[in-house]
Design a protein around this ligand. Structure first.
Ligand code: IVH
Length: 691
């Protein structure tokens, strides 16, 4: 940051714009999404800096300056969309008997004795959406809302890669496709892990995470969360070219919509029964949450004859799974220390069967959660398991609380290393301050370092890392690369013959496994820049972020030089990297023990410069692009990848260095800024043309 006395008017103008944008995003994150990414201190220092700049250059005060805002945040900024066909819900049943009654009712209504085919579909536990296509082009997306009116989420839905933006082939002129937006269990866990490490709000389940991610005023946030869809029904269509639900699915598939692979046509109640049981068996293994089965009369003519009750169709019903909950006792509360020092409380439970799975631990998330739910050792609790998600405590059964129970005292000292565990004012997480002197953190960081997406060293499994660490064979990543040389003894010292580690003599090891380990280690000595950055285990820097950094800095030396000098400008300009992340990255490089490890490592390995096969004959080669708004024929990620492959750079904000701004639908201030700075504006067609 430039000293206020030295700053030029031009620089001040640029910085004021950046501050206004950053604070606007921070406000939305804080007030509307309950997911702040700036600490109070960071927020206040931005405000202070803004004030200083404005005092020096009063004529540069912006219309949208944070100093002119009077606190009150924006209200839900989504436009409303009236559904041309209401988005209905389904009646619920909970037993096979009720399903039989439903089928009887259908037959009675149709006055028939013949068997009726039903399409049986997993009931996805997400949020329903509707997507409107005109002449095959995605033009509008909405949530269900109250069924009559929903919210306009066109931009957000447009970021979901599974949703076709343009349908190729023959398609009705007007076509409204409906389905469910969901987040996979894996993406949910990863998001929560990231949030936990950043001290941000945790989502209770994948459904909440999907809802929170979809209803973001800033569609860029939605883009960064991995959301998926399944399509299963329709709204307005100019011409219905299908005759059954089965036929409809065939069309969906042809048009490129994801449909659930477990949808099955059943011809009798016996088949339905088997379908339901099978699905319940595989439920926990599915990569997403489902909460039951939907049965739909397959024949659309019959559906039309059956029609609707007030809010639900007569031709379909939802058969819900029983809730996966159970009551058990908390035997103990343990504290786990993670890679970044986060202290996570875990309940040791009296093992109990929940929906077919034996559960003996539940996460308690953090200290506030324990307080809020008043969870104590010895309590009986209701626990809940949703799919593969770590079981959670729903609530305490107070009637069963032992009379002498005591509140849990959350440690303020790391149970692993004794260092202070501190909690920043605005964080939910308490962290051990021991850094790499804390064995738990050191071990978790080693595990991360060798993991598949990082250095990918096969043969150094979790147990081995733990053993080697406790035997002081490997204390830091550097030791991994001296392992081979330390394994073999030397005889040149006549007095004390060094026997070496002799790993091949360890129990369960042999010559071959040791050779394999060394060859895996040696293979990892040639490592790509993005993997290496990811392997360092910097807080908040996942594989995708590491790749962005590599793409922008190209070489390790360049990156390290800038980070040591705390030059954050280049990092901040990267689309997808925010100020909180930058802070963590810079802090990492100010820690002496991290520098020592890095310096040790670079002597042992060779880090490849970032190289992507680029086409430097393209008009876009060497140019800096900024994207804004929603593109119709491709997702933002695709557009970015294509631009990068043509040798272009992609920045997150418009500046004097920008060559082109690619403007999609609903573009915001970036387009205006480009016009103001006289930067060339491309529409989607121009961009595709240049590609
Ligand atoms: S059909 C008129 N099919 O369940 C029928 N809904 O409880 C419209 N859902 O609002 C819905 N999976 O959000 C249908 N395969 C599926 C579904 C499904 C999940 C959700 C949907 C709906 C709710 C009704």
């Amino acid at each position: 940051m430039r000293l206020i006395d030295e700053i030029s008017e031009e620089e001040a103008k640029k910085e004021l714009a950046e501050i206004a944008a950053a604070m606007a995003r921070a406000d939305i994150a804080y007030y509307q999404n309950d997911a702040p990414f700036l600490s109070d201190a960071e927020y206040d220092s931005l405000k202070q800096r803004n004030l200083e700049l404005e005092t020096k250059f009063p004529h540069l005060v912006r219309a949208d300056s944070p100093s002119r805002k009077v606190g009150a945040p924006l209200q839900s900024g989504f436009g409303k969309i009236a559904h041309r066909f209401p988005m209905l819900s389904l009646g619920d049943v909970f037993s096979m008997d009720e399903v039989a009654d439903f089928i009887k009712g259908v037959k009675r209504f149709l006055n028939t004795d013949s068997d009726i085919d039903f399409m049986c579909e997993p009931k996805i536990d997400g949020l329903s959406f509707t997507a409107r296509y005109e002449k095959g082009v995605f033009v509008q997306g909405a949530t269900r809302g109250d069924g009559t009116t929903g919210e306009d989420i066109t931009a957000n839905l447009g970021t979901i890669s599974g949703l076709p933006k343009k349908i190729v082939g023959e398609v009705p002129e007007i076509l409204e496709i409906r389905g469910e937006v969901y987040m996979s269990k894996a993406d949910f866990l990863e998001l929560n892990q990231r949030n936990e490490e950043a001290g941000k709000k945790l989502f209770a389940n994948p459904r909440n995470a999907a809802a929170g991610s979809l209803r973001q005023l800033d569609a860029d946030v939605t883009r960064q969360r991995n959301l998926s869809i399944f399509a299963y029904t329709w709204g307005e269509v100019s011409e219905r070219v299908w005759s059954s639900q089965e036929d409809f699915f065939k069309h969906l598939q042809k048009w490129g919509f994801p449909i659930n692979p477990n949808n099955r046509l059943c011809h009798s109640i016996a088949e339905i029964d088997v379908f339901f049981d099978n699905l319940m068996q595989i439920r926990s293994k599915l990569p997403y949450d489902i909460d039951g089965v939907v049965y739909k009369v397959n024949d659309i003519d019959l559906q039309e004859r059956l029609g609707f009750l007030t809010r639900t169709p007569r031709w379909a019903i939802a058969h819900k799974f029983p809730a996966e909950q159970a009551v058990t006792k908390i035997n103990d509360i343990r504290i786990q220390v993670g890679r970044t020092g986060a202290l996570t409380p875990v309940a040791d439970l009296e093992p109990v069967n929940v929906g077919g799975v034996l559960v003996s631990h539940a996460t308690l998330h953090n200290e506030d959660e324990i307080k809020r739910k008043d969870i104590r050792i010895g309590d009986s609790v209701i626990i809940q398991r949703a799919g593969d998600v770590i079981p959670q405590v729903v609530k305490v059964v107070l009637d069963k609380r032992p009379p002498d129970s005591q509140e849990f005292e959350f440690p303020v000292i790391c149970p692993q290393c004794g260092a202070h565990a501190v909690r920043e004012e605005d964080e939910a997480v308490r962290r051990c301050t021991g850094g790499l002197t804390c064995p738990a953190q050191a071990i978790e960081r080693l595990k991360h370092f060798v993991s598949r997406d990082a250095m990918d060293i096969d043969g150094l499994g979790e147990k081995i890392i733990e053993d080697f660490y406790s035997e002081k064979i490997i204390s830091s990543p550097v030791d991994i690369f001296t392992l081979e040389e330390r394994n073999f003894g030397s005889e040149d010292d006549l007095f004390s013959r060094n026997q070496g580690l002799q790993l091949e003599k360890r129990e369960g090891w042999g010559k071959k496994s040791v050779e394999n380990l060394f060859s895996a280690i040696n293979k990892s000595r040639h490592i790509s820049l993005s993997r290496f950055i990811y392997a360092l285990g910097i807080r908040q820097v996942g594989a995708a972020t590491a790749r962005l950094i590599a793409q922008n800095f190209i070489s390790w030396n360049e990156f390290v030089k800038e980070m040591k000098a705390q030059n954050t400008e280049k990092l901040l300009a990267i689309d997808g990297i925010g100020p909180a992340m930058v802070k963590d990255i810079v802090e990492f490089f100010q820690e002496q023990h991290n520098i020592a490890i890095i310096e040790g490592l670079v002597k042992m390995i060779s880090i490849q410069d970032f190289a992507e096969r680029v086409d430097n004959t393209s008009q876009l080669s060497g140019k800096t692009l900024v994207f804004t708004g929603t593109l119709m024929t491709m997702t933002r990620a695709e557009a970015k990848a294509k631009a990068l492959s043509k040798g272009a750079k992609v920045a997150g904000s418009v500046s004097a260095n920008t060559d082109y701004v690619v403007v999609g639908a609903d573009a915001g201030s970036k387009a205006a800024k480009a016009a103001e700075l006289g930067i060339a504006i491309l529409n989607e067609d121009d961009f595709v043309g240049m590609l």
